[in-house]
Design a protein around this ligand. Structure first.
Ligand code: FES
Length: 578
């Protein structure tokens, strides 16, 4: 089989006769292709350093003129005939914090250069047949596109870029800029990323608190509000839609240029976003109203993006295991492992275990402690939060997100503190703080002082709340491992999703018992997998099919909460048994 060497990226084997653009995209090379491979936009150009490709087509001759001689080709027009080495002018993504697995990109958007001419029988029909002549099938034009046609049509014609989504001409614009919006709706915060639909690159990312917080901090409070107030669902929906609209504004592109939206989130958040009362999730047997991937027009939801934009959701697995977990699973590529465990700890925690063909998931009522909520100096992992701590008999060192003075402690900082105090014997396995350096008594309660000047400290009460959260996660992890008969030593990977996980020190997470004791190299942090998964769902047919398969294949189970077992898990320290 011929090899394609992409300079600075890697080497791939492809079928002889493969289309170069499709081959590059199926290998995960993020190459732009506005017109979807019709040889009309010129965005897929690559420089051929050496190798055998089919001769240039007429469309290449028209679009590349002098560049052809210098080795440039349109990847969509070239067929691979033998080994070839190319240089792809990759558009660098500005956002690098999350790693997205390389996926075959097949974006839903086409950007085709056209001439809008006043021709019989109508401007619309003339344009649609012109597009068909170019090989692009379009059924109809939206009202917005008709309005742009009216403005652009003239006897001599004017040049425009036709925006086509799923066979509909949705807009006529002046440049090749079309975006998608991926959204992760968390109970506490909402994150959004802006995706360039021609290249698949993430070009911006913003996060904000969920405006639903004013109706209650957790999902139970939101369900109650929705179930008991006359306009509860509408108020909650408007609040989260407002949050997403504010993120769109911050992302700084004209909102009408956003042509597709994919949302992920826990079951309650997804119900509320689409204006569906999540009442059934509030009482036994805690089932959702729907599980499938929903799609609605942005206008129906009040979302300020292109009015024709489809707003799709990742499917829900069931009960409290929502589309955010589907996103995590897509982003982590969990299906590629034989035996794996994944945890996502936000305001609600979820654990997934895979062994062979079986995949089981459960939610875990960890509470918001890992997000710093309810702790004396707790805060989210944002600027000013202590994210890492090292304690020794000589003193204490810590790292603050963004530098500067510590304003509080976020989840990973708390895990570090617990682990360090356990190692030093300043904290017993039962979670009792003992007197020692930097441990002082305040109003009858012991606390470990991190920063004297600002009074930032870990109190005995904080330790108790963290113990409860760790025990809840640990109990779920152990239950699912036992259910699939997995010994911890069999785990090929332990995936930690979520922003909390992103700052976590794996050895400290194992020291306190939040993660099973495995080789540190097996622990993988994927950051906000829910957001990454939403991007993948938007950009790749394969990822979309995988999400639907995952939703079918994953069994959601209820973890029995026996008090005796829970009390046993309250002990801090490394796992002793699976
Ligand atoms: S994708 Fe090749 S020219 Fe548009």
């Amino acid at each position: 089989m011929p090899r394609i060497i992409v300079r600075g990226v890697g080497e791939f084997e492809v079928e002889r006769g493969a289309n170069l653009l499709e081959a590059l995209r199926s290998c995960g090379v993020p190459i732009a292709a506005g017109c979807g491979g019709h040889g009309l936009c010129g965005m897929c150009r690559v420089r051929v350093v050496a190798g055998e490709l089919s001769p240039p087509t007429r469309r290449e001759a028209a679009l590349l003129s002098g560049l052809l001689e210098r080795g440039w080709r349109l990847a969509c027009q070239a067929t691979v005939l033998g080994d070839v080495e190319v240089e792809v002018p990759l558009r660098r993504a500005r956002v690098k914090r999350r790693l997205r697995p390389s996926i075959p990109i097949s974006t839903p958007l086409l950007l085709i250069p056209v001439r809008v001419v006043e021709n019989p029988p109508s401007v619309e029909e003339a344009l649609i047949s012109e597009l068909r002549r170019l090989g692009v099938n379009v059924r109809t034009a939206s009202l917005r596109a008709l309005a742009s046609m009216a403005a652009a049509a003239s006897r001599g014609g004017s040049d425009k870029i036709a925006v086509i989504m799923d066979g509909e001409l949705v807009d006529l614009i002046d440049d090749y800029r079309g975006f998608g919006l991926a959204v992760d709706i968390g109970t506490t915060s909402v994150a959004a990323s802006l995706v360039d639909l021609a290249s698949g690159n993430v070009v911006g990312e913003e996060v904000s608190l969920n405006a639903q917080l004013r109706f209650g901090g957790d999902i139970i409070a939101r369900i109650q509000y929705a179930a008991t107030r006359a306009n509860g669902v509408r108020e909650l929906q408007e609040a989260v839609v407002d949050t997403v609209n504010s993120l769109v504004e911050k992302l700084g592109v004209p909102s009408e240029r956003i042509y597709r939206v994919v949302v992920a989130g826990n079951s309650v958040m997804l119900h509320l976003f689409y204006g569906v009362n999540p009442r059934t999730l509030g009482s036994l047997p805690f089932e959702p109203v729907y599980r499938r991937s929903i799609s609605a027009r942005s206008g129906e939801l009040g979302l300020r993006v292109n009015p024709q934009a489809l707003v799709e959701s990742l499917p829900i697995l069931g009960g409290y295991v929502g589309g955010d977990v589907v996103g995590d699973m897509l982003a982590s590529r969990i299906l590629e492992y034989g035996t794996a465990m994944m945890i996502d700890v936000g305001t609600n925690g979820e654990v997934v275990v895979k062994k062979g063909d079986r995949l089981v998931a459960a939610s875990t009522p960890a509470g918001p402690a890992f997000e710093g909520v309810g702790l004396s100096h707790g805060m989210m992992a944002v600027e000013g939060a202590v994210e890492r701590v090292k304690v020794s008999w000589e003193g204490v060192e810590y790292r603050v997100i963004g530098g500067g003075d510590p304003q509080g402690i976020c989840g990973s900082g708390y895990i570090d503190l617990l682990a360090e105090l356990l190692r030093m014997g300043l904290l017993s396995e039962s979670g009792r703080m003992v007197r020692g350096p930097r441990v002082r008594e305040r109003e009858g309660v012991l606390e470990f002082v991190l920063d004297e000047e600002r009074g930032v400290a870990l109190t005995q009460l904080d330790v108790r709340k963290l113990q409860l959260a760790i025990a809840a996660v640990k109990m779920t992890e152990k239950y699912l491992l036992r259910l699939l008969n997995v010994d911890v030593r069999e785990l090929e990977t332990v995936i930690v999703a979520g922003d909390f996980g992103y700052h976590l020190d794996p050895s400290n997470a194992m020291e306190v018992g939040l993660l099973p004791k495995v080789d540190e190299d097996l622990v993988e942090f994927i950051g906000n997998g829910s957001l990454t998964g939403a991007e993948m769902f938007m950009l790749s047919r394969e990822a979309r099919e995988e999400a639907l398969r995952l939703a079918e294949a994953c069994e959601v189970v209820e973890v029995p909460r026996h008090n005796k077992a829970f009390i046993e898990e309250l002990k801090l320290g490394k796992w002793r048994e699976p």
